[in-house]
Write a protein that binds this ligand. Structure first.
Ligand code: SAJ
Length: 413
């Protein structure tokens, strides 16, 4: 089948770049979002999220008439669902956005359509999606209620792009295509081949769901190992950065880097979906989450100890983003640590974040001042490195040798 029109549900960090890239291949794309602001912004050819080069691709696609956005779904050949899957109280996955998306597209589905779930999902979510769709449309068959070829194919193809490199990775990464049946996989592969240069590898939906969770849990466990080492090394008075560099000289060792904790909306969330599915067995995965979640309070204790040397020190927090060289503050340990230090009222807090213009809402009315790197270095007694932004790597050792430094990213090691 030819995909002439594709609908992308959810115009966020994954949906919008995906929609724009498919549109850039000459396919008509309609992006659906519940936010009127997002819809209007995209229809003006502008973007409401930050991702390098995305503005140009969206503008070109809208100008060419290949991409438009709407609040209401309309018929299409394929529907790609890219909505958030956060967790609820008790770290249980919240599938309500997927359910809402299913209910929104069900009325416009037609025989021959393909529905793809791109959102990172717990095992079994694609089957649930198929059930939600089939409940809404008893006149059509879906993979969950027929042994033959379903009228509507359903597959899970998890997104795997790295924020900051989304446009490149959308095209170059290999894709896992987990159809509910081999026919669903085949159809989905055809769609991805229209814009993916990487390999499209087929499997079933449950394995595809687990593969995505496994990738992020693997990274989380490895970061937890590095974070645990950093705490052990502090106790043993060993420079963890030198230690890791030395250990990584071994041909089969590749330790990641410690930091102030794990942020973002993926790695700190997805492993809990595995824990929720197999609570008794997912022991390392759970421990890694706990180790990484505990790291911010360890850093705060280090700063409190450093601040004790002064009456009321000026504390400079370098970086608020969740990782280097982006402006994304979502689930950022750096932001949480800075907010917590302000709350503790142990000194004057200066925040330096070269990628934002104004203080984020979380730090408003907390007494924290956003200032330049030079001013922060000039004025501070305690220098807390939270993010290894490129511009921070230029700081000379001489400039900070009279400061008490708490360096969570090994910038001065
Ligand atoms: N971090 C460390 N030490 C490291 C690496 C990362 O402390 O050695 C921290 C970062 O500072 C950040 C957090 O971990 O706070 C996560 O950053 P990241 O760069 O590891 O990952 P994300 O969240 O930006 O993107 C991840 C990617 N997954 C993997 O690399 C396995 C990406 O490919 C996924 O598409 C994305 O999650 C997602 O959407 O699931």
């Amino acid at each position: 089948m030819d995909f002439k029109k594709v609908s992308v549900i959810g115009l966020g960090y994954i949906g919008l770049p995906t929609a724009a890239v498919i549109a850039s291949r000459g396919i008509e794309v309609i992006g659906i979002d519940v936010s009127e602001k997002a819809v209007n912004t995209v229809n003006r050819g502008e973007i409401h999220i930050v991702e390098p080069d995305l503005d140009m691709v969206v503008q070109a696609a809208v100008t060419m008439g290949k991409l438009r956005a709407s609040l209401t779904p309309e018929p299409a050949d394929a529907f790609m669902i890219a909505v958030p899957t956060p967790f609820k109280e008790g770290k249980q996955p919240d599938l309500s956005y997927i359910e809402q998306a299913a209910k929104a597209i069900a009325p416009v589905l037609e025989k021959g359509n393909l529905v793809i779930l791109e959102s990172t999902s717990p095992v079994g979510a694609t089957e649930k999606l198929s059930h939600w769709l089939s409940n809404e449309r008893p006149d059509l068959t879906f993979p969950n209620n027929t042994t033959g070829t379903a009228d509507v194919a359903v597959a899970h193809c998890p997104e795997r792009v790295l924020p900051g490199r989304v446009l490149e990775e959308l095209v170059s990464n290999d894709r896992i295509i987990g159809g509910m049946t081999p026919n669903c996989s085949e159809l989905a592969t055809k769609l991805y081949k229209t814009f993916v240069r990487g390999e499209c590898i087929t499997t079933n939906a449950r394995t595809a769901e687990m593969a995505k969770l496994t990738e992020n849990s693997f990274r989380d466990v490895n970061i937890a190992f590095a974070n645990e080492l950093s705490v052990i090394c502090d106790q043993l008075k060993i420079n963890v950065w030198e230690l890791i560099q030395l250990a990584n000289r071994h041909p089969r060792v590749n330790i990641l880097t410690p930091g102030p904790g794990v942020g973002g909306h993926c790695i700190a969330v997805d492993p809990w979906f595995i824990v929720d599915s197999a609570p008794e067995s997912a022991r390392i995965i759970r421990a890694a989450r706990e180790i990484n979640d505990d790291k911010p309070s360890y850093v705060i204790d280090q700063v409190k100890a450093a601040a004790d040397e002064f009456k009321r020190p000026v504390i400079a927090c370098l970086g608020l983003a969740f990782k280097p060289d982006i402006d994304d503050l979502r689930e950022s340990p750096a932001l949480d640590i800075t907010a917590k230090l302000a709350e503790l009222d142990i000194g004057e807090i200066l925040a330096v974040e070269p990628n934002i213009e104004a203080l984020p809402a979380k730090l408003e009315n907390t007494g924290v001042n956003l200032c330049s790197l030079d001013e922060a270095i000039e004025r501070c007694n305690v220098l807390l490195v939270l993010v290894d932004h490129s511009s921070f790597k230029m700081i000379s050792h001489d400039a900070v040798n009279k400061k008490v430094v708490v360096d969570t990213k090994g910038l001065f090691s």
